[in-house]
Design a protein around this ligand. Structure first.
Ligand code: NAD
Length: 301
């Protein structure tokens, strides 16, 4: 089976590497030469264009920032046209459910198959092969994709028809954003009260304040090895990408008449970080608006 992988960033590279290590014929492509070089260093074969990577591919995976990038790679850069006539297209990016349905319509109109399969678990989940996949699409297509998903993830949920995976992912990330904001506020207050980060995690992690953000992504360096706070907030899940996810959630909430006051506030704070030049840092750098090391001057929505 030939697999084309488009998007070799923080998530895409470790995910594609798992497929390669499992013995699949993976050819990767990324617009960034640095990302292609990192993939080559990791032992992956890379191509010079999306279409070249997709030539006769049985499976085309996209792991890209936004819906417009997925469309650009599949349609404008002609990865879809180059792939096998019955190829399965698997979009693991986080995009809107509407965009997923538009892409699915265009893919299936050519006789190919499409699943939206966004993920949760962060870069550590991608590296460890323990991601959660939330899949939208036909059961038969999910059955075909399952062995690949099991190579990269620990849990696979069939959320419903095309787009349902994205809707599930969107509400998950709303909660993640707010859990991170609350963890950052609590972390700074705890520090000022003289309680160590490890003590906060030990106690809240088995109490009612528990969350994934607390145990896996503590925003103060020290207790959680894999947390971006231990790497000066580099890598991980960028402020810009979380801001994008909250836009998806706010737009969907507006369309369905749902009051999302806390989501809107975290979105505003992420805007402040972007305005302060911190858009590429991990989103746990929300803590810098609380401890006073980032400017809260800029704001939009
Ligand atoms: P990233 O910015 O690290 O990587 C994206 C890559 O896509 C970049 O290397 C970029 O050069 C490449 N790219 C952009 N447009 C392209 C195109 N048209 N053709 C080829 N390559 C192109 O992003 P990431 O953190 O890997 O996230 C990817 C997706 O996964 C996003 O939708 C994000 O919301 C989602 N996600 C991220 C995380 C995380 O923790 N980082 C977790 C879950 C989901």
């Amino acid at each position: 089976m030939k697999i084309c992988w488009i998007g070799l960033g923080n998530m895409g590279l470790p995910m594609a590497t798992h497929l390669h290590t499992a013995g699949h014929d993976v050819v990767g492509f990324d617009l960034s030469a640095d990302a292609r070089d990192a993939a080559t260093a990791a032992g992956l074969r890379t191509a010079h264009s999306a279409a070249e990577a997709a030539e006769n591919a049985d499976v085309v995976v996209t792991m890209l920032p936004k819906g417009e990038h997925v469309k650009a790679a599949l349609f404008e850069a002609e990865a879809l046209r180059a792939s096998a006539v019955d190829a399965l297209v698997l979009d693991c990016s986080t995009i809107s459910a509407e965009q997923a349905r538009e892409i699915a319509d265009a893919v299936t109109a050519t006789g190919r198959r499409f699943l939206d399969a966004p993920v949760s678990g962060g870069t550590a989940g991608a590296q460890n092969g323990t991601l959660t996949f939330m899949v939208g699409g036909e059961s038969a297509d999910l059955d075909a994709a399952r062995p690949l998903l099991e190579t990269m993830g620990a849990r696979i949920f069939h959320a419903g028809a095309v787009g349902a995976g994205q809707s599930a992912k969107m509400v998950n990330n709303m909660m993640l954003a707010m859990n991170m904001q609350s963890t950052c506020e609590a972390a700074v207050l705890a520090q000022r009260l003289g309680i160590t980060p490890q003590t906060v995690i030990d106690i809240a992690g088995v109490s009612t304040g528990d969350s994934w953000a607390l145990r896996n992504y503590y925003p103060v360096a020290g207790p959680v090895d894999a947390a971006p706070s231990n790497r000066n907030f580099t890598g991980g899940f960028s402020v810009a990408l979380m801001r994008k996810d909250l836009d998806l959630a706010l737009d969907a909430a507006a369309a369905h008449g749902v009051d999302t006051v806390a989501t809107a506030e975290v979105a505003r704070r992420l805007d402040n970080l972007v305005a302060d030049g911190r858009g590429s840092l991990d989103f746990s750098s929300l803590i810098h608006l609380i401890d006073g090391t980032a400017s809260s001057a800029g704001s939009t929505r």
